[in-house]
Design a protein around this ligand. Structure first.
Ligand SMILES: [Ca+2]
Ligand SMILES: [Ca+2]
Ligand SMILES: [Ca+2]
Ligand SMILES: [Ca+2]
Length: 229
């Protein structure tokens, strides 16, 4: 709730810049705008911006969400591809990239790669907070995760690929899934795939990873959707 309030306050105070049709001055200096978004008398947000004639352009924002004095959310900003017709002189801004320290241990554990109009291309997560991002989630156009990839052995390439009702496993490291497990939930699929429980052999011709065209269109991720096939 606090986060929603904080972000909506930010939307008013920082995210929207006035018309930025005036070109940026060459060598413009980045400035910092400290903001107390909660009104508790301490700074919880720093907006990094470039001043323009009568306007400003926010490029980057750091937020201390839990008020412990260190930043835990880092947001890169860009122009939205849409414009609210009610406020033609105020350009709508949006996140283009975001990094979050979810457990407040001072290290980033979630990275979101964003697309225009609030779509998410993919997220990377360090689920066990050891500094290695082992989980990559791919999203569809409805902002739903349609494939999770887990680099269980931390060798740099994923070995488990979790879809809505199955998980495919590459057990021999040749980048082609060769085993499959079925289940009703994401957690069940991850557990079975991690422990190689109830696996069945999988031919590459039946693999959803190798053949994304076997998936319904809404179950395909935005990136590499194979939608041209
Ligand atoms: Ca903090
Ligand atoms: Ca962390
Ligand atoms: Ca990790
Ligand atoms: Ca394999």
């Amino acid at each position: 709730m606090l986060r929603i309030l904080l972000l909506s306050l930010l939307t008013v105070s920082l995210f929207q810049c006035k018309d930025t049709s005036i070109p940026l001055p060459f060598g413009a200096e980045m400035r910092i705008m400290p903001v107390d978004t909660t009104g508790k008398g301490s700074i919880d947000t720093n907006g990094y911006y470039i001043p323009e004639k009568g306007n400003y352009r926010v490029l980057y924002i750091e937020i201390d969400k839990n008020g412990n004095g260190s930043s835990d959310e880092f947001i890169w900003q860009g122009h939205a591809t849409f414009q609210d017709p009610k406020t033609p002189s105020v350009r709508t801004m949006m996140k283009v990239h975001e990094q979050v320290d979810e457990n407040n241990d001072g290290k980033i554990d979630l990275i979101r790669w964003l697309l225009p109009n609030d779509l998410i291309a993919m997220t990377q997560k360090d689920s066990d907070h050891d500094g290695y991002f082992e989980t990559t989630s791919h999203y569809n156009v409805r902002k739903k995760i349609v494939r999770r990839e887990i680099d269980a052995t931390k060798k740099g390439t994923p070995s488990i690929f979790i879809f809505s009702d199955r998980a495919e496993i590459d057990s021999d490291g040749d980048f082609i899934p060769d085993k499959v497990v079925f289940g009703g939930s994401d957690l069940e699929l991850e557990e079975k795939a991690t422990n190689l429980r109830e696996t069945k052999p999988l031919l590459s011709k039946d693999s959803l990873l190798v053949h994304p065209e076997l998936l319904n269109r809404e179950e395909r991720p935005i990136l590499g959707s194979g939608s041209l096939k």
